[in-house]
Design a protein around this ligand. Structure first.
Ligand code: GDP
Ligand code: GDP
Length: 439
């Protein structure tokens, strides 16, 4: 569940230091193996059982007509727009500067929940200087030292109190999102699914943040579409900047159950698409690949779609069990189908399989193809059951679980995918020492 916190303030107040303190021991969301290096401006944090994402907005600067500064300020404003909660950092050493006043104005105007943090209060002598910051009218200041950590515990205690409620509880409908690079046709598909027939039923009640989910009823299905402000924005001036597309995708992916990863048929599956795919699989979300602008592919011999699918599956290996659709939003080709497939993936992801069915189907296969003996040890799998969880997970109870090799795990996963439809969704297999009931 995504809760996005943006750290805002002028340069040098200690934003990155605070960012590091909040996220230091956490895995970065962006996969280092995907060729996207760990983004030092984007991280994940947890406190009291709640997790949230943190963006370090870099810094708000002004006073020159440097285009670079201009770009930074746009990034800051964009992050403020996207965030659920703002942490406004100022610096006790310098007192209030004009730039602080300007940032305070932006925060007031945003009307977002915010916390005012006075940094560099490294010791108690500094505490008296904190009062000055009440002047912003942005609430009680939190006195902290990002460097030595003092005060950050209370800051986090209060921060998690104002995090929006996890939305999973609020509505139990499939949450879909369309992600992909600029210009592939995301907005066109979104409009087709939502705009033309006024299919919006209602914005979700009881959510504190400006609604990320919209509820739709289309082709006889009820579902939620994750609708980040960015996806719908008409003037996509900054769309070319990697920063925006990545940030937007990360946020949308975290919110969704199933992601429609859209690519341009003429361009193929590019490195950036693989980065998004890897974000989706690391987040253990369902996925459908939508190859759009199929109308532009000139020579559609009977084999082209199959060849194209093979090419994509090869690039996605070892994730081969991923549905691929060929659409043309312009010619209204397979729009309905796309929604159907996404909802099937949702069903696959939330599927529960009875223990009796699992055992009846899998035990004979395991008997015919038992795990190969390792160092003279024979593993006996006795019993299989599905575990509760947000994705399908299964426990295989056996003696000597440590002797199950990766290729045998993969064999079982493939068999399960053949027997029960799990296309588009991750599944997990765990091997555990024999169940007490069996012992
Ligand atoms: P940013 O530009 O707002 O991201 O600020 P940085 O995190 O880069 O910090 C700017 C400077 O302030 C660095 O030299 C930090 O070491 C220093 N700094 C950050 N937090 C503290 C703090 O709590 N106390 C003190 N004394 N210095 C700090
Ligand atoms: P987004 O940036 O991913 O949201 O992409 P848009 O929906 O704004 O579409 C980018 C461009 O591609 C627009 O000019 C669309 O009209 C065009 N486009 C979208 N879908 C199709 C399609 O199926 N076929 C063709 N030929 N063009 C399309």
């Amino acid at each position: 569940m995504s809760n996005l916190i943006a750290i805002v303030g002028r340069p040098n107040v200690g934003k990155s230091t605070l960012f590091n303190r909040l996220t230091e021991t956490r895995d970065a969301i962006v996969d280092p193996s995907s060729g996207v290096t760990r983004d030092r401006h984007y991280g994940h944090a947890e406190w009291n059982g709640r997790s949230f994402s943190v963006i370090d907005t870099g810094g708000y600067v002004y006073g020159s007509d440097d285009v670079f500064e201009d770009a930074i300020n746009k990034q800051v404003k964009f992050s403020i727009e996207e965030a659920d909660i703002l942490i406004f950092v100022v610096d006790v050493e310098n007192g209030i500067t004009n730039l602080d006043d300007e940032v305070a104005g932006i925060i007031r105007k945003s009307k977002k929940p915010h916390m005012l943090v006075v940094n560099k209060v490294d010791n108690n002598q500094r505490l008296d200087d904190v009062h000055e910051f009440y002047k912003f009218g942005l609430g009680d200041p939190y006195a902290i030292s990002a460097m030595n950590g003092s005060g950050t515990g209370e800051l986090l205690d209060d921060l998690v109190k104002i995090l929006p409620e996890d939305q999973v509880k609020s509505e139990d409908l499939p949450k879909l999102t369309i992600v992909g690079q600029p210009n592939v046709g995301k907005s066109s598909l979104l409009n087709m699914l939502t705009g033309e027939e006024r299919s919006i039923v209602t914005p979700l009640a009881g959510t504190t943040r400006d609604s990320i989910f919209q509820k739709y009823n289309k082709f006889g299905h009820e579902f939620l579409l994750v609708d980040t402000a960015g996806i719908r924005r008409k003037s996509r001036v900054h769309e070319d900047l990697e920063y925006y597309s990545v940030l937007r995708s990360v946020k949308a992916i975290e919110e969704a159950d199933v992601c429609l990863l859209m690519i341009d048929a003429e361009k193929g599956l590019l490195a950036q698409d693989l980065t998004i795919f890897s974000l989706i699989s690391r987040n253990k979300k369902g996925v459908v690949i939508v190859v759009n602008k199929w109308d532009l592919v000139a020579d559609k011999e009977t084999n082209t779609a199959k060849q194209y699918s093979d090419y994509i599956h090869k690039k996605l290996a070892p994730f081969t069990d991923v549905p691929i659709l060929f659409t043309s939003v312009h010619e209204k080709q397979r729009i309905h189908k796309t929604l159907e497939v996404a909802l099937t993936v949702y069903e696959n992801r939330t599927k529960k399989i009875k223990t009796s069915v699992l055992n009846d189907k899998l035990l004979p296969i395991i008997e015919a193809y038992p795990p190969p003996a390792i160092k003279g040890k024979y593993v006996k799998i006795k019993y299989i059951t599905q575990l509760p969880g947000r994705i399908p997970q299964f426990a295989f109870f056996c003696n000597l679980p440590q002797y199950i090799a990766e290729n045998y795990r993969r064999f079982l996963e493939n068999k399960m995918r053949e027997l029960f439809d799990f296309s588009g969704t991750p599944i997990s297999l765990f091997f555990r020492a024999k169940d007490k009931r069996e012992a």
